[in-house]
Design a protein around this ligand. Structure first.
Ligand code: SAM
Length: 198
């Protein structure tokens, strides 16, 4: 199972935005693209992906939304924003709540989510333009890959994550900075290639 963490400094942590105002909800439009490119391929939904969304926006940060396609999850490309909204509305203080099969919400920050995944034996990587070239790094195709939003990761957290032994991986040896969803698409392609070669 490959896992992605999308970190957003501004994504709203309550579900009260207007459907035609995704940009004003802390760039929820980018979050929707990220979900689509995590799970959807032509005429199919990937069942080997777990997605973690970490939101630090107003009014009640941090929030950790975990999404897996269980086959019964109500996932339609047309209503991704509705899925996130419903998950945020169902948040219950002090609990990890399963809102739909395979879809959970809780209050947890990036570092704590990473530490938990490390304890489960996962290898963690930060996607970073200045990191080591993905094609020249020994990475696990079932690792955990952290991708930042339009503003990237918080410098303080990046420093702490590096202390935890998280590796920085570049998609192109620093030549181009991609949008988060573009970085994800390229990464998925690299991981698919890797799986085929394994
Ligand atoms: C729009 S970029 C963020 C730009 C932000 N100003 C920064 O410096 O981090 C969104 C995310 O895509 C990923 N990304 C973009 N270009 C990349 C590259 N060439 N190699 C690896 N990851 C990349 C990074 O995770 C980045 O946080």
């Amino acid at each position: 199972m490959r896992e992605f963490i999308y970190f957003s400094r501004r994504a709203r942590t309550s579900g009260n935005w207007k459907d035609n105002d995704l940009m004003k909800a802390g760039r929820m439009d980018i979050v929707c693209h990220f979900i689509i490119h995590s799970f959807f391929v032509s005429n199919a939904i990937r069942d080997d992906v777990k997605l973690h969304l970490i939101f630090y926006g107003a009014p009640d940060p941090p929030k950790h939304l975990e999404i897996t396609n269980t086959g019964t999850t109500l996932m339609s490309k047309k209503d991704i924003s509705g899925l996130i909204k419903r998950m945020l509305y169902k948040y219950k203080k002090g609990k990890k709540t399963e809102v739909f099969p395979g879809c959970f919400i809780e209050k947890k920050d990036l570092l704590s989510v990473v530490k938990e995944l490390k304890e489960k034996g996962k290898n963690i990587y930060i996607l970073d333009r200045k990191g080591k070239d993905i094609r020249h790094s020994k990475i696990n195709s079932d690792g955990v890959f952290i991708i930042g939003d339009q503003e990237g990761l918080l410098p303080r957290e990046k420093k702490l994550l590096k202390k935890e032994g998280v590796l920085l991986i570049s998609l192109n040896r620093g030549m181009v900075t991609y949008m988060a969803s573009q970085a994800l698409i390229i990464l998925q392609g690299e991981l698919d290639r890797m799986l085929e070669l394994e």
